[in-house]
Design a protein around this ligand. Structure first.
Ligand SMILES: [Zn+2]
Length: 209
């Protein structure tokens, strides 16, 4: 079943903006769980962690790890945080306000604000995860194409400028014309829980195979 998502990712709706959005959709996506988060990046289900590292991504990981360390089932904690995959230096999580179903982000655990600041192994692993993500999205959504995008620095449109992250999403021919038609309403074919389950399964299959 489709569901209508009214959480707007727009800051405007004139034609020029739509066209800009068409080319660089990741620039206009919110990354925080602003509506339900108890602190930036901390999902309500993981609120037992009382810290605040001043970064949505660092807070997200800390709240998940704290939940697991204090006895919550790891699958449950990672599902609550939308954490799809832990690699050695980087991880993949869902975007809580997806532009399309399957919109994920890959990033280092380290709180670094420049791509060039990433240690070599971390930077290489980030690209490995981008390739893995492309394969996963292909398998799950059979899209016509993909967007991979990274904004480095606030001036470049980064929602979380202190912690570099790579957006990835599947795209279909015609999805943008639909976006233009319906303006600030998006139709998402699946909810985040479903996306998480599908991603989790497929990433696990890809890593094993
Ligand atoms: Zn951070």
């Amino acid at each position: 079943m489709s569901r209508i998502a009214n959480r707007s990712i727009y800051t405007g709706s004139n034609g020029a903006f739509e066209m800009d959005h068409f080319w660089t959709p990741w620039r206009y996506t919110y990354i925080t769980t602003a509506e339900t988060a108890v602190r930036p990046g901390v999902p309500a289900a993981l609120a037992a962690w009382e810290g605040d590292l001043g970064c949505v991504f660092c807070n997200l990981m800390a709240s998940i790890d704290n939940a697991i360390a204090t006895g919550m089932n790891a699958e449950k904690a990672e599902a609550a945080g939308g954490l799809v995959l832990r690699a050695k230096h980087c991880f993949i999580c869902l975007n809580a306000f997806p532009y399309t179903s399957g919109h994920v982000m890959a990033m280092p655990y380290a709180h670094l604000d420049r791509l060039a600041a990433l240690p070599e192994e971390t930077a290489h692993e980030l690209m490995d995860l981008a390739q893995l993500t492309e394969r996963a999205l292909e398998r799950i959504y059979t899209p016509h194409g993909f967007n991979f995008g990274m904004n480095v620095g606030q001036a470049a449109g980064a929602g979380v400028a202190g912690h570099v992250h790579l957006h990835a999403m599947p795209r279909w021919v015609g999805d943008t014309s639909f976006m233009t038609t319906v303006a600030e309403t998006r139709v998402l074919p699946e909810n985040l829980e479903t996306t998480w389950k599908r991603m989790r399964e497929v990433f696990a299959e890809l890593i094993i195979s």
